[in-house]
Write a protein that binds this ligand. Structure first.
Ligand code: ADP
Ligand code: MG
Length: 343
């Protein structure tokens, strides 16, 4: 859980702070008619730095597991304006002219640095590539391919599961290269200004790093040859998901196009919540999980169950005005915590 500080607007209008971290992963919400404590693996309160979030959330281990060949996903969840994009990217994505101070860089840039350091120190040759997609109004778009955004088909196959056809994957070798891909893609993302956040993301964005490592000095176990041409390799992925925020149409002052957007955002978040609830319940082998209900759940199917390792960062505002959204995020995150996967 990450609790952001009160914003200037919230402080100015005298909003009460209703969320408090109690230490040891406990977070307490207290307001007029609500008094509840929730437990999580970690809670970062308003004073927590970006570095503390990176080190305390298990993100570093996730990067290492991805290098070892696992499918790892981190997703930021929460109400619009709760700090999802800030947590993943820092303020960088929002200002084209001024580069962000290194202390404010988010989980993504820190993970890239860690990944490139590891790849250098391990001495094995890693081939790194990135793809960057957004889901906007139930359409999957490539954020890296040049030209106006066009919708890509989402398909399913027995061997690959759900995948996006014709998505661009760009190889990179340096921090500058991947950060510039991130910036390019983020600037093409669909955002709109509305009452809760001036740069609100109106789409779900998925940046995936594909890590292919060839073991240079490994030897096959006795009696277990590699075969004539096969070179043992591991293929891991590290996927960063910046979800569009949940919101109540009434509160954001959205109308027309904005409310169509809000409805499709809410619909896919609802589908995600539904899958998470079903996955969190003890269930028989045949329980149907409705991944097909939205593009988002199809793309996240592997991360949510099956063989993935997933970190969910639920972002909340401490303000009394956000109380009901905050409680709903905390309930959502509590359910997500009960989902187990078999990496
Ligand atoms: P979201 O992506 O969830 O809609 P943002 O990440 O855009 O929200 O955050 C909304 C605003 O709050 C931004 O101006 C951002 O800079 C600020 N903010 C969010 N989290 C923090 C934080 N932990 N510390 C300081 N400012 C923050
Ligand atoms: Mg955002």
């Amino acid at each position: 859980i990450r609790v952001r500080p009160l914003t200037c607007t919230e402080t100015r209008r005298g909003d009460q702070q209703v969320v408090h971290s109690l230490g040891d992963g406990a977070v307490h919400v207290s307001a007029a008619r609500h008094d509840a404590t929730f437990g999580f693996s970690a809670v970062f309160d308003a004073g927590a730095s970006q570095e503390a979030v990176f080190e305390g959330s298990g993100m570093r281990q996730l990067v290492e597991l991805a290098i070892d060949g696992f499918s790892c996903t981190v997703f930021a969840f929460g109400q619009t304006g709760s700090g999802k994009t800030y947590t993943l990217m820092g303020p960088l994505a929002q200002s084209k002219t001024q580069p962000a101070s290194p202390a404010l860089l988010g989980l993504m840039q820190r993970s890239f640095t860690c990944l490139l350091e590891q790849s250098r120190s391990r001495g094995s040759d890693l081939v790194l590539s990135a793809s960057y997609l957004e889901i906007y109004n139930e359409q999957v778009r490539d954020l890296l391919s040049p030209g106006p955004p066009c919708a890509l088909p989402l398909r399913w196959s027995k061997t690959r599961g759900f995948y996006v056809e014709n998505q661009l994957s760009v190889e990179f070798e340096s921090l500058e290269a991947i950060v510039s891909l991130l910036l390019q893609g983020s600037q093409r993302r669909r955002t709109s200004a509305h009452a809760l956040n001036r740069h609100s993301s109106r789409s779900h964005a998925l940046l995936t790093i594909h890590i292919c490592s060839r073991a240079v000095s490994a030897h096959p176990a006795p009696g277990e040859g590699w075969g004539a041409s096969a070179c043992p390799s591991k293929q891991g992925t590290l996927c960063f998901v910046d979800l569009a925020g949940s919101e109540r149409v009434k509160e954001t002052g959205s109308s027309g196009e904005l409310s169509v957007e809000a409805n499709s955002i809410n619909r896919s978040l609802l589908a995600l919540g539904h899958c998470i609830s079903l996955l969190a319940k003890p269930r028989g082998k045949g329980t149907h999980i409705p991944y097909r209900d939205s593009k988002l759940t199809r793309l996240l199917a592997r991360s949510l169950s099956g063989s993935g390792i997933t970190l969910m960062v639920a972002c909340i505002s401490p303000s009394s005005r956000c109380l009901s959204e905050t409680l709903s995020t905390l309930h959502y995150a509590s359910r997500a915590r009960r989902v187990t996967t078999r990496p």
